[in-house]
Write a protein that binds this ligand. Structure first.
Ligand code: PNS
Length: 158
């Protein structure tokens, strides 16, 4: 069975993430969406909240499971018996950092392969931090995140 891990902060999941999830799930038998507990950022949503939102918007995709991890991503991937890491690429600006991480992960575990999925151009401007900023300032986040979680995000800032 071909499995892959799609790691991230998902604080919160956006339509851009969901697009990458749907397309990756079509390429692998199993896609593990892995919420990072220690990404160095202070998250707005707890790990439980982030996992719950991802589960609700991916429940219709049978080969997607949602999990969380702490520590090195390559160790987590190995513990799940996969050597494939999925990353979404929005624009050239993402490339340098992602390239650095992909090489570091390969240095840490030479068998690891990072597969980059180009985000649909509709979502190339979209990020979780922008969603949080718009929501916190009372703007509409319709079309930026899945409809099912709009209220969760808006309620955070009420
Ligand atoms: O959604 P993000 O915040 O861009 O995700 C970044 C993430 C969680 C994928 C990255 O920080 C990560 O892989 N963290 C795990 C720690 C690790 O393995 N670091 C070494 C690789 S450079």
């Amino acid at each position: 069975m071909r499995a892959a891990v799609y790691p991230g902060s998902f604080d919160p999941i956006t339509n851009g993430h969901l697009d990458v999830i749907k397309r990756s799930a079509g390429l692998f038998d199993l896609l593990i969406v892995a919420v990072a507990k220690n990404s160095g950022k202070k998250p707005t949503f707890s790990v439980e909240e982030r996992i719950d939102m991802i589960r609700r918007v991916t429940h219709h995709i049978p080969n997607v499971v949602v999990d969380n991890f702490e520590g090195l991503l390559v160790e987590y991937a190995a513990s799940k018996n996969t050597s494939v890491i999925i990353k979404g690429l929005r624009a050239v600006s993402d490339f340098e950092y992602e390239f650095q991480m992909a090489l570091m992960n390969k240095k840490l575990k030479p068998g690891i392969e990072t597969v980059f999925i180009m985000t649909d151009h509709k979502y190339s401007y979209l990020s979780s931090s922008m969603v949080r900023e718009v929501a916190s300032l009372g703007g509409s986040i319709e079309g930026l995140v899945p409809d099912e979680i709009i209220a969760d995000i808006e309620n955070k800032y009420k």
